[in-house]
Design a protein around this ligand. Structure first.
Ligand SMILES: Cc1cc2nc3c(=O)[nH]c(=O)nc-3n(C[C@H](O)[C@H](O)[C@H](O)COP(=O)(O)OP(=O)(O)OC[C@H]3O[C@@H](n4cnc5c(N)ncnc54)[C@H](O)[C@@H]3O)c2cc1C
Length: 405
């Protein structure tokens, strides 16, 4: 069948691109390997879908890597405010939560997915689920797309197959091979926004524990601080997860050394903490070390931490020396771990790497190498922190590709 535009990938980027191109009068088909569209979209934000971040374009660019500026045109063409209006005009009420994160008012990602599917249907897009694309080529000025269900031809081709993270949702990195076959350079994909594995499994006995209001720093082997924030972390059996750690993981590149420094008492300067410990030791002189730390830390963390210090946890407070008190203070303020890896693709929220931006025209999302070939979404080498930046980039690049194909 011949189309003006074929879109491969029925995620947020592809659906936005397909509906936008069809609205402009293109005859469009969207090919999706799954039975349903937007399978990953449905699990975003734990099923609530953090659709965007209600901040300005500059803030979005600052939260996108490795070069947020590449998306300047896309974000201007379809900014967060336009996305929010677009959804509200289609009956999807929105709310803004902590950190300017935007969610559907009823906390249901289906509302977003359904609005996109309706948008495509209303504009006459041919929806082709259960059509895994096996190969695509360009001959003359036409693209040929070969799927499990048959062959399609088109004047324009939009690749929106996503990255390699959560392959169980359908995004298994197929688009990278085709991009390379079209002559594009692809930065090797790596898991991003992913739990980290550390060498020292000191805290493993406390796996499952969530630590709120801790300080986390990621540094490289030269001591350069790459990430530093206060927030929440989860202890896992071989490292750490949670919002802070996921964000820090964006700076962890395979084959290089990185360290995590944990501050369990970020609200207290070292001297203040020392005075507090001194006071507790005096006031509770009959208690042992475990009892003293009970006033400062969650219960499950105490045993692994005391073990880490090498101190005797049964030692009465009155016998703890100044040096021992200092060791405790240092452990509470600065626990260091060597990062030895990331958890795998099945736990990565996003993909770092992908089709290199330098070979894509930022004002249109068209390939600089192959006329009529467009890219949208996570397939491109650009990714963001948590907070709605990744979905916004999928929508903005999808919109731009759909407007310009
Ligand atoms: C657990 C989780 C939670 C997340 N939460 C958020 C959040 O709250 N906010 C946020 O901003 N981001 C979130 N993200 C990231 C966000 O989901 C992605 O950035 C976004 O889905 C990327 O959109 P996309 O359209 O580029 O790719 P995808 O959503 O991956 O869609 C690509 C589509 O292409 C299809 N496809 C792939 N290969 C083929 C093929 N050969 N033939 C046919 N079809 C194919 C796939 O089946 C898939 O449907 C989350 C991700 C995960 C995994």
């Amino acid at each position: 069948m011949d189309y003006t535009t074929v879109v491969i990938g029925g995620g947020p980027a592809g659906m936005m691109a397909a509906g936008t191109a069809a609205e402009r009068g293109h005859r469009v088909a969207i090919l999706e390997r799954n039975r349903v569209f937007g399978r990953k979209l449905l699990i975003t934000g734990k099923g609530r879908c953090n659709i965007t971040n209600a901040t300005d374009i500059e803030n979005h660019i600052a939260n996108l890597f490795p070069q947020g500026k590449f998306l300047y045109s896309a974000l201007n063409a379809f900014p967060p405010s336009a996305l929010m209006n677009w959804l509200e005009q289609r009956g999807v009420g929105l709310k803004v939560e902590r950190g300017q994160r935007v969610f559907p008012v009823d906390d249901d990602a289906h509302r977003i997915r359904n609005a996109l599917v309706e948008f495509m249907k209303k504009n006459g897009v041919d929806l082709k689920p259960l059509n895994r694309v096996l190969e695509c080529k360009k001959k003359g000025d036409k693209f040929s797309i070969f799927t499990e269900g048959g062959q399609f031809k088109s004047e324009n081709l939009i690749l929106a197959t996503g990255g390699s993270s959560y392959p169980q949702t359908g995004s298994s990195g197929d688009g990278y091979t085709w991009a390379k076959n079209f002559g594009h350079k692809v930065k090797t994909p790596e898991p991003g926004l992913v739990p980290l594995i550390v060498k020292e499994i000191t805290l493993a006995p406390a796996a499952g524990l969530v630590l709120r209001n801790v300080g986390l720093k990621l540094r490289d082997k030269r001591g350069k601080i790459l990430f530093s924030e206060l927030g929440e972390i989860d202890i896992t059996e071989n490292g750490f997860s949670g919002a802070l750690v996921l964000s820090a993981s964006i700076f962890v590149k395979s084959g290089q050394e990185f360290f995590l420094d944990l501050d369990l008492k970020p609200g207290l300067e070292p001297e203040q903490l020392d005075r507090r410990l001194q006071r507790d030791l005096e006031n509770k002189s009959k208690e042992n070390l475990r009892g003293i730390l009970g006033g400062l830390l969650p219960r499950d963390l105490i045993s692994p931490l005391i073990k880490f210090t090498g101190l005797d946890w049964e030692k009465p407070a009155s016998h703890i020396t100044r040096e021992e008190r200092q060791v405790i203070g240092e452990v509470l303020k600065s626990l260091s771990f060597s990062v030895v890896g990331k958890r795998d693709w099945s736990e990565a929220i996003i993909t770092m790497g992908g089709v290199k931006c330098g070979e894509i025209i930022p004002a249109t999302m068209e390939s600089k190498l192959v006329p009529g070939l467009f890219f949208a979404g996570e397939l491109i080498n650009i990714h963001g922190f948590t907070g709605g930046y990744n979905l916004q980039l999928a929508f903005s690049t999808g919109f731009l590709a759909g407007e310009n194909c």
